[in-house]
Design a protein around this ligand. Structure first.
Ligand code: SF4
Length: 430
């Protein structure tokens, strides 16, 4: 953490001080730059009104071409976009021929139960487990010694510690020297941090990385394919691509969606106006038959992405087929440590056998529709357990845990324009 004098120097000079600070959220330079741009998008009602007019204008043009009953499905692939959409009631701002569909954008939701069970087992055997807060309550399918989550393992006496990053885990593990594991769940956004920690040899010898990183474009292609299999349904006609992930992989990573599916992609930020702008741009492209990838989130995303981060990831990790919870293996959708970095590998050090496609089994609890929700085939309210057996306090399935999980977001903020539908499903109104 930088001290006040250094903060002021940094602010004046506009420089990054990575040596002095490991906490970018408290970096004065980053704060100043982000706040100005974010506030313009967040607080400007005039922009919101104008965007809504555009959305209605283009949806009317499309209605005349496609007919009254055609619904333009737009998929958001990022859990944080779903959070913005629900939290700010964006579904209530779009016309009825536009439907916003949540996609597979929550890494906690899609991590197979097998790995949660293995980390619970390690924790109960005395290994110190470092994890992010939303992984802590993630329910496994099979209990291990009566513990169905790392939170329950901690209640039984295990040493489970919540951290913000692998660097925090490294600093802490270096102090106690006990066998430790960092549960490396996440998408492309977290991978550069893991890669740099390995490249710079930041991990103490007692801390190992369990790489459970998933890659978003292969999952996006997979879910678009699945949704096209429903012949009587309107297909997804546009994609709001994840802003954070795209800071790493760049706008160019989404061009296969344009080339293979012929639908627009807009890389968007996370303020309500960002999302409205993405919807307006997708409808504009469809109305004018001008289909391409557009980066709306230009304050953070470049076409090429972060080339240095991509290089670090390639050096440390190899792309592997990876299992997604409730869904199964998606080709080339995960990152595993390369053999030359095996000294950091938790699977190798603790002798944990990795899953294989032959051994993978459907791993959601009975009745849970997380796989369908994750793939955009169902809404949280389609699940018979939603807000009955499965609630934020007592999550049954993985989508009810993280603030990036669609069920958790809908449970906490109501579903925006669909709140009446939820209330009807729950029998609260007729
Ligand atoms: S409501 Fe719970 S059980 Fe149902 S799909 Fe969502 S997380 Fe799974």
């Amino acid at each position: 953490m930088v001290n006040q004098l250094t903060n002021n120097q940094a602010r004046l000079n506009g420089v990054c001080l990575p040596q002095q600070s490991i906490d970018c959220w408290n970096c004065p330079v980053i704060k100043d730059r982000i706040n100005v741009a974010e506030l313009i998008f967040r607080r400007n009602i005039a922009i919101t009104r104008r965007l809504r007019e555009y959305i209605f204008k283009f949806s009317d043009i499309l209605r005349r071409s496609y007919g009254e009953d055609y619904v333009f499905k737009i998929m958001d692939f990022c859990g944080t976009h779903e959070w913005t959409i629900v939290h700010f009631g964006i579904r209530s701002l779009v016309p009825n021929n536009v439907e916003l569909v949540a996609g597979p954008g929550c890494p906690v939701c899609v991590t197979p139960s097998y790995y949660i069970e293995q980390t619970i087992k390690l924790a109960l055997e005395g290994v110190v487990v470092y994890t992010y807060g939303d992984v802590f309550r993630l329910p496994a399918l099979k209990p291990v010694n009566d513990a169905r989550s790392l939170a329950e393992a901690k209640a039984l006496g295990a040493d489970v510690r919540i951290v913000h990053s692998i660097v925090h885990a490294a600093i802490d593990a270096g102090k106690h020297g006990k066998d430790s594991v960092f549960v490396g769940i996440g998408f492309e956004t977290v991978a550069p941090g893991y890669a740099e920690a390995a490249l710079k040899n930041l991990l103490p010898s007692n801390l190992k990385l369990m790489s459970l990183v998933k890659l978003t474009p292969p999952a996006a292609f997979y879910s678009l394919d699945i949704l096209r299999e429903k012949p009587n349904d309107c297909p997804v006609m546009g994609v709001i691509a994840p802003g954070h992930v795209s800071t790493i992989i760049g706008g160019k990573a989404w061009t296969p969606i344009v080339e293979n599916y012929g639908i627009p992609v807009v890389v968007a930020g996370f303020e309500p106006n960002d999302v409205l702008m993405a919807i307006a741009e997708i409808l504009r492209q469809l109305a004018r038959n001008d289909i391409r990838v557009v980066i709306e989130y230009t304050r953070a995303v470049k076409w090429e992405g972060d080339v240095k981060a991509q290089s670090s990831i390639r050096t440390v990790f190899e792309t592997v087929d990876s299992a997604w919870r409730g869904i199964g293996y998606i080709p080339k959708s995960g990152l595993a440590l390369r053999p030359m970095f095996s000294k950091f590998d938790a699977f190798e050090y603790f002798g944990i056998k990795d899953l294989t496609p032959e051994e993978w089994r459907y791993d959601l609890p009975p009745g849970c529709k997380c796989a369908e929700v994750t793939l955009g085939k169902a809404k949280p309210t389609d699940c018979p357990l939603f807000m009955k057996q499965c609630t934020s306090d007592h999550p049954v399935g993985p989508c009810m845990v993280s603030m990036e999980g669609a069920c958790a977001v809908w449970a906490r903020f109501g579903g925006g324009g669909l709140s009446m539908e939820i209330a009807k499903d729950l029998g609260l109104v007729m």
